[in-house]
Design a protein around this ligand. Structure first.
Ligand code: TYM
Length: 325
């Protein structure tokens, strides 16, 4: 039997380079490996765990499906769906919540960060975020989850839940592992922290034009003196260069840095051009897909049907074992 894969992205707006390199690249790699059966969703129910606009959400959840298609996810190979259309996610999350302590959830770094960011929105849904995520993964009995390294604490929770459910109720959940890409942690363009939708000026959108990319890459802070320790904005520049530039060119820039002959603008503009080259096919495919919205609707409908079949099987097993059937 094929191993299962599940991943998701919240519908909080346009995707950035961090999402692409940390998650989508891994999703595509696994989709194209015939040993895996892949389920990729839009995590719209996770989007409502922090303040949001309903009309934006309605639009954004379709935009993410369009992004998936434009990036190369293929509905013939992967099941692409919208999380909230499969009620079993909520149902399983509720069953799981009966074996998870409040203290465990309160200690998660991701929870603490969000409470700090939105002190007036410390809700039950936010506390329950990792339980719903565990339900997303385990509903499909996924072994592998292509996500960035920031999601590791959530995967640890999913593994704990799988173990505990198997122990108490003799269910057959796998312990899901993260599938890492070489871009598992993309730093911010500001030179501090990670690239993130919630930090203005930290990211490059997948739909940015060459001019926008050049402007953003040029704004990465670099000290005037070259040759020192590779930290802050310089580190961001080199991490991105290692991903986007051919090996020999990357090495050339690095050597120039160490022997103090590097001109930052040269490295920055070469990098910006390389990023744009990688994004161009995505952007072209995206504008094609946008013009055929009926196709997108069909993908969403078919995806829900396929996801629902697997989801119902798991829920049946869990209900039986928990004495609910
Ligand atoms: P979200 O929407 O915050 O992020 C989507 C994906 O992008 C990755 N990512 C990054 N990777 C590398 N460097 C970065 N700077 C960077 N920023 C974001 C994230 O690691 C993630 O893979 N909880 C998830 C959504 C979710 C989910 C799931 C994922 C809900 N249920 C089940 C997997 C399985 C999230 O917040 O993603």
């Amino acid at each position: 039997m094929k191993k299962r894969v599940l991943s998701g992205i919240r519908a909080t707006g346009r995707l950035h380079l961090g999402n692409y390199l940390g998650a989508i690249k891994g999703m595509i790699e696994l989709q194209n490996n015939p040993s895996y059966q892949c389920f990729y969703m839009v995590a719209d129910a996770h989007t409502i765990t922090t303040p949001y606009s309903p009309s934006e959400l309605q639009k954004n959840r379709v935009e993410i499906i369009i992004d998936y298609l434009a990036a190369g996810l293929d509905p013939e190979k992967s099941t692409l769906f919208i999380q909230s259309q499969i009620n079993e996610h909520f149902e399983l999350a509720y069953y799981f919540s009966s074996i998870v302590s409040i203290a465990r959830m309160q200690h998660l770094p991701t929870y603490k960060e969000k409470v700090k960011q939105y002190p007036d929105a410390n809700t039950m849904a936010l506390l329950n975020y990792p339980v719903l995520m565990a339900a997303d993964i385990l509903l499909y009995k996924a072994d592998l989850v292509p996500v960035g390294i920031d999601q590791e604490p959530h995967l640890e929770v999913a593994r704990e839940i799988a173990r505990k459910m198997n122990q108490i109720y003799k269910t057959s959940f796998p312990e899901p592992k993260r599938f890492a890409t070489s871009g598992e942690y993309i730093p911010s363009l500001k030179g501090e922290g990670k690239m993130s939708k919630s930090v203005e000026g930290s990211y490059i959108n997948l739909t940015d034009s060459l001019d926008e990319i050049v402007k953003k890459i040029r704004s990465i802070p670099t000290s005037t003196e070259v040759g020192g320790p590779i930290i802050g904005g310089i580190k961001t520049l080199f991490i991105l260069s290692e991903i986007f530039l051919p090996k020999n060119l990357y090495q050339e820039f690095k050597d120039k840095y160490h022997n103090k002959t590097l001109k930052y603008v040269e490295l920055k503009d070469t990098l910006a051009q390389a990023i744009y080259e990688e994004l161009k096919p995505f952007q072209e495919k995206r504008s094609q897909i946008v013009s055929d919205i009926n196709y997108v609707k069909k993908v969403i409908l078919d995806g829900a049907e396929k996801a629902s079949q697997v989801a119902q099987e798991t829920i049946k097993e869990v209900k039986e074992k928990m004495g609910l059937l």
